[in-house]
Design a protein around this ligand. Structure first.
Ligand code: GLU
Length: 479
């Protein structure tokens, strides 16, 4: 039996950020490399902040990235249910177990009382830990407080001792005693707090490795205490480096796009986002940067996850995106391009035509969002002439070429590059011109510019009708 089981455990309170996506990817790579299982667990115990829309958004972002999970709320599995809100009874049982063992106690303090005391401690320059006043309440005292209408939460009793974490990425991490006070594990409404449900689920779902961002280290301390209290073996932990902005501060919304859906809407390809994120806090150990998922899975190793913060470098992401737009199969790039074509008058053109346009322009794109600007030449509108193109069109010799071109177009089909070439040759024979003298006026008339991709390619895409219209317009309607 394979023992590697990892999980990605998003809280469905908003959109999936690059940090979460990176965590999901590393878990996925690791599970695939070890031929283990990858579990998707929805941590929705914060009822006020969780929503079904956010959950489905996160799932669709994960799918867009190409991540596949073996067990999860949408596909079931032998360790379900996979939504914490559906596991409430399980947490109650474990809470009772700790209560009976004297490792947890009922706490009747109200949120406003706790907050007041916290502020008082902070004002005195002391750590604002819970003062433990409900630790030793007698049964009578409990009953009295309940008669007052107070509902208890369940608080874990923290022992005075240091905790040692042996982290796969960070090595030995020593947490001295006194870092945390007794903490709540079940709220008065019976909902577990994150640390409690996380420990129980990681245990019941037989998670072998927990890979998550470094900012969770304070949670890991509490979770290790809970494992000990519940007499359960903790999983191995790997805390991944933080993702930072250019100023080495934590990446935030103020730094520009940070969510997966924003990147999709800006026209980044999942291949580029996945490749880029895979190198944030990990390296294959050689100087490879452009790597397919398969290559990353083969090379992946937690031993080569880096400890230092990883800078989110948008220029590098752009470079990778341009690379994938240029080099992936054009049909593959076409599908995500369609919404961007729809922003232009080409939105209703048939896919065959759009594929040809994409193959002509994709070399110049960084993001698919750049597409509308690059395809304007192919839209059903007359070109705007650049100054040097206009000057050329005003020369008498151009008029002669354009008029022959228009005349011959009546008899020629230009629906392929060969036939377009044959047409250009015929115009050459008729006018006695060749090379730039022949091609430049036609290019200027058709595209408004003296520069661009091979003319037969452009002619094929425009087709006879468009070519005729443009030639006519460039000759001032004289053809
Ligand atoms: N629900 C937690 C989060 O989204 C999960 C953290 C963990 O991986 O344990 O931050």
């Amino acid at each position: 039996m394979n023992s590697v089981r990892v999980r990605f455990a998003p809280s469905p309170t908003g959109s999936l950020h690059v940090g979460g996506a990176r965590t999901a990817l590393f878990n996925w790579f690791f599970s695939r490399q070890k031929r283990g299982s990858f579990v998707l667990r929805i941590e929705d115990t914060d009822v006020a902040r969780s929503s079904a829309e956010a959950e489905s958004g996160v799932l669709s972002d994960l799918r867009w990235l190409g991540i596949e999970w073996d067990e999860g709320p949408d596909r079931g599995g032998s360790h379900g249910p996979y939504r914490q809100s559906e596991r409430k009874g399980i947490y109650d049982d474990f809470g009772l177990r700790l209560l009976r063992a004297g490792k947890a106690y009922k706490c009747y303090c109200l949120p406003e009382e706790l907050e007041r005391r916290r502020q008082e401690l902070l004002a005195l320059g002391r750590s604002p830990h819970y003062d433990g006043r409900c630790r030793n309440l007698s049964q009578d005292e409990c009953a009295g407080l309940e008669r007052e209408g107070r509902k208890p939460s369940l608080r874990f009793l923290v022992e005075e001792k240091g905790i040692l974490l042996s982290d796969i990425v960070r090595g030995e991490v020593q947490f001295p005693s006194g870092m945390v006070g007794d903490f709540i594990i079940l709220r008065p409404d019976g909902m577990p707090t994150y640390n409690f449900s996380c420990v129980i689920d990681d245990h019941l779902m037989e998670i072998s490795h927990v890979l998550r961002a470094e900012e969770h280290l304070p949670n890991t301390l509490r979770q290790l205490m809970l494992y000990e209290g519940l007499e359960m073996k903790p999983p191995r932990f790997a805390h991944l480096s933080l993702i930072l902005n250019r100023h080495r501060a934590k990446l935030s919304k103020r730094d520009g796009a940070v969510s997966v859906s924003e990147f999709r809407e800006l026209g980044y390809l999942p291949e580029a986002v996945v490749n880029y994120l895979s190198l944030l806090g990990w390296s294959p150990g050689d100087d490879r940067e452009l790597m397919s998922v398969q290559e990353t899975v083969e090379a992946f190793s937690l031993e080569r996850a880096t400890r230092a913060g990883a800078i989110f470098d948008r220029d590098k992401l752009d470079w990778m995106n341009g690379h994938y737009i240029r080099t992936l199969d054009v049909d593959h790039v076409l599908r995500p391009s369609l919404p961007f074509f729809r922003k232009t008058s080409l939105g209703n053109a048939d896919e065959g035509k759009l594929r040809k346009i994409l193959s002509v322009v994709r070399g110049g794109l960084v993001k698919l969002d750049d597409l509308p600007h690059h395809v304007s030449m192919f839209e059903e509108k007359l070109p705007e002439y650049e100054p040097d193109a206009r000057r050329l069109l005003e020369e008498p010799s151009s008029a002669e070429v354009l008029s022959a071109a228009a005349r011959l177009l009546e008899e020629t089909d230009v629906s392929s590059q060969e036939s377009a070439r044959a047409w250009l040759d015929a115009v050459g024979r008729e006018t006695g011109r060749k090379g730039r003298e022949l091609l430049m006026p036609i290019r200027a008339a058709l595209t408004g510019s003296l520069h661009g991709r091979e003319l037969p390619l452009i002619i094929e895409i425009l087709g006879s009708r468009d070519c005729r219209m443009r030639l006519e317009h460039a000759s001032g309607g004289k053809t």
